[in-house]
Design a protein around this ligand. Sequence first.
Ligand SMILES: [Fe+2]
Ligand SMILES: [Fe+2]
Length: 397
Amino acid sequence: MNEKKLLSAAVPETKSPEVNSASVEEGVQRHWQGVVKRRSFLKGLGIAGATLSASALLGAKSSAEATPGRGKLSKGDVALLRFAAAAELIEADLWQQYNEIGGVQGGNPAYIAALSNLDGDMAQYISDNTDDELSHAAFLNAYLISKGEEPVDLDAFRTLPSSQASGAKNIGRLTNLLKLNVDLSWYTRYRSSKNPDFGVKFKGPFTIENQPAIPLNDNDTPPNQPQPVPPATPQESRMQAIANTAGFHFAFIEQGGASLYPTLAFKATDAEVLRILISIGGVEIDHFGLWHDKAGNAVSQPLAGVTDPETGLTFPNLNARNSELDQTNLILPEPCGFISKNLPQCSVIRPTLTQNGGAVATIKAFTDDLLFLGQSPAFLNLVTRLAVEADSVQRGF
Ligand SMILES: [Fe+2]
Ligand SMILES: [Fe+2]
């Protein structure tokens, strides 16, 4: 694909690529400086709440060209990077929704207060996690472009409704956070000495089904109500349950990334692609560790026991069970079987087999989570195709 075609693939607007690249690249040179200054990433890209698309990609392109690559990538390496880019665009979309309402500049004080009942730094962590996902998506697409490959563009599928609550921008979304099933099996899995890659199945310590992870609207949860511990009114309980669900959803999303990147990395052929996958994957693992710790605060004293008056969901006191499979501060991975049952147990990320933690497994987990509720068949076909292509890659030599 020639450069002009690449640019038009990255820029869905109807204007000619020449006009776009001239005007966009100018602004983007300035925007991309924001990447260097990590904490101003959202502002730097000028996309607070907007989508990560044309200007970000073009800016990324000019940056990537500063260090020319060493030639073409294999088809397999391209498939790995393209799926990673799609996953990061999906992650970025959901994190932006959390950030608009509950980040450091989030517009919903009650949601922020409820989140801060899990940890006083929650808003900062949400904003930083959002920055990270935006940077992952922009980098992967820019790298693909720098190698003469097509970037991943999901803009046509930003069609799902936004929350109506204070803080949320009224724009189309890729992902749904208004009603989620949050798989909590990771909580037990990382406390267990058993490894899912040996066929072991895990159940979560409780069940989150059909529960919002962001406030739906200001009638349901007034944005300026206090959020005492314990909550005193039904609306305060409702908001706290929504924030608690978010706390567990953060960890669910990031443990998925923690498994996905190792499965992709060990299929990579080019050393630089391997470096990219390991380096981004390490940050997903860092995110997971953080959120694993925070989620436990929703199910230990003094916050445990919150019940959502609408859905009936209760966040139990898991420490009252006196079991190491539930204990909230056991957040570091327990050693488990790895590679062979004849080898000693080892503290590792798991699963890392393709069928359990790979690209198709990731899309299935996101679908079961209801993250794609309302998405078009075309979207599901596209992300599934990218996932199958990534999972099919064989490591070359
Ligand atoms: Fe990411
Ligand atoms: Fe992530």
